[in-house]
Design a protein around this ligand. Structure first.
Ligand SMILES: NC(=O)c1ccc[n+]([C@@H]2O[C@H](COP(=O)([O-])OP(=O)(O)OC[C@H]3O[C@@H](n4cnc5c(N)ncnc54)[C@H](O)[C@@H]3O)[C@@H](O)[C@H]2O)c1
Ligand SMILES: N[C@H](CO)Cc1c[nH]c[nH+]1
Ligand SMILES: [Zn+2]
Length: 394
């Protein structure tokens, strides 16, 4: 179906399922593994014989992986690893006014990665979360992904990433289990990973007790195209992301009515597409910034120029670059903010697995600076704060 207005709402918003997901989270907190077995049967229609995938199953499943896919994974691993290594921050230090200070970047100790596994399987997502975790130096990586048998590619990547434990659970119940722990599932410090509205609602709810990377829900793609773009390629990019399911958010913006008309015949599947005509490219970018999409493609004659005007998007592809390249093998992550979170959050990087621990050494600080600190402490009424600063240096 084709619509011609600027979409006001995402096709899905996890607030619609918050009540239901809250019950799931509470059930897992109370009943632990027993809840996982029951909810898996209810939502995934398989009997959970063991919550944790036995090491032998992971190894045997990995062996089933076709050599071609294994080589592809190995090739992609190097590209993604290099991207995160290239932006990994060094520890740094400095100082002034007799005070030495600095930042030591410390990895999160125990991380839980959610890998979607409903309608499709997403081993690429395990690469996208596991590699920056490894580059950051995370000690313990746990993975939850639905499926009666571990997907061979997920098994292979789990071994490559030295995943400590892999749980065969999905949805909100998997998020709850990693957030609070059960008899089998380890309680983690931070949960990362994309997923459907149930998964994102659960992450939102547990974020009061555990770290989360953000909201990465159903896929979103906005394409800005001018008359120089190829209508068939643009339609292909939209339909590609449409493979993620009916909740995918697909928008094409163009100042050329002819271009929009030329694309329409190619959009021949049962997805909902928004085709938006604007006055010019400036207005097109304004609409895109307002939508703050997960993926943004600039299929225009001068994309680098237009890129300067982009404010909100998880990942931008320029010119002929297909958005799907980010999904698999470009280097930057495909775990990207949705539901408008791109206004204040980017895609996953090594930074999501690091904490900036700052330090201060003030043996002989500048008197004027300490005095200023004491004055402000007194102004706030924190007299003993002021005294504690003075005591050392008066
Ligand atoms: N934003 C990103 O970075 C990004 C990256 C990859 C994938 N995605 C998105 O992730 C999503 C994956 O969704 P999916 O559904 O295929 O897999 P999923 O793993 O996110 O969800 C499947 C789970 O949902 C639970 N579930 C299903 N129906 C339910 C119901 N009625 N009530 C409660 N729980 C229910 C089941 O337990 C199941 O295991 C897609 O929308 C895709 O676009 C987003
Ligand atoms: N486009 C998805 C992010 O929204 C990522 C992905 C994984 N596999 C295929 N695509
Ligand atoms: Zn995709």
């Amino acid at each position: 179906m084709i619509k011609y207005e600027v979409p006001k709402e995402r096709l899905n918003s996890f607030s619609q399922v918050l009540d239901k997901v809250s019950e799931i989270v509470e059930k897992v907190r109370k009943e632990g593994d027993r809840a996982l077995v029951e909810l898996t049967e209810r939502f995934d229609k398989y009997k959970l014989i063991s919550v944790k995938a036995p090491q032998e199953e992971v190894e045997n499943q990995a062996k089933l992986l076709d050599a071609k896919v294994r080589e592809a994974i190995d090739e992609i691993y190097l590209q993604l690893e290099e991207f995160h290594l290239s932006i990994k921050p060094p520890n740094s230090g400095g100082g002034r006014m007799g005070i030495e200070y600095g930042v030591i970047w410390k990895p999160v100790n125990r991380v839980g990665i959610y890998v979607p596994g409903g309608a499709k399987t997403y081993p690429s997502t395990l690469l996208m979360a596991g590699i920056p975790a490894r580059v950051a130096g995370v000690k313990e990586i746990y993975v939850s992904t639905p499926g009666e048998k571990v997907d061979p590619a997920i098994a292979y990547i789990s071994l490559k990433l030295r995943v400590k434990e892999l749980y065969k659970i999905g949805g909100a119940q998997a998020i709850a289990a990693m957030a609070y722990g059960t008899e089998t599932v380890k309680k983690v410090d931070k949960i990362l990973g994309p997923g459907n509205v149930y998964v994102q609602a659960a992450k939102f709810l547990v974020s009061k007790d555990v770290g989360i990377d953000g909201i990465e829900g159903p896929t979103e793609l906005v394409i800005i195209a001018d008359e120089t773009a190829d209508p068939r390629q643009v339609a292909l990019d939209l339909k590609a992301q449409g493979e993620h399911g009916e909740s995918t958010f697909l928008v094409l913006i163009s100042p050329s009515q002819k271009f929009l008309d030329d694309v329409k015949p190619y959009l021949d599947d049962n997805r909902t597409y928004y085709l938006v005509k604007t006055k010019d490219l400036d207005e097109a970018v304004r609409v895109a910034n307002e939508l703050s999409p997960e993926h943004l493609s600039l299929a225009v004659k001068s994309p680098t120029e237009l890129l300067r005007l982009v404010e909100n998007s998880g990942a931008v592809t320029l010119g002929k670059t297909p958005p799907a390249i980010v999904d698999y093998c470009a280097g930057p992550d495909h775990i990207l903010p949705t539901n408008g979170w791109a206004r204040f959050k980017g895609g996953i990087t090594v930074f999501d697995f690091l904490k900036p621990v700052t330090y201060v050494i003030a043996e002989k600080p500048n008197k004027k600076l300490i005095e200023a600190g004491k004055v402000l402490a007194d102004y706030e009424g924190f007299r003993v704060h002021a005294e504690s600063m003075g005591a050392r240096y008066d």
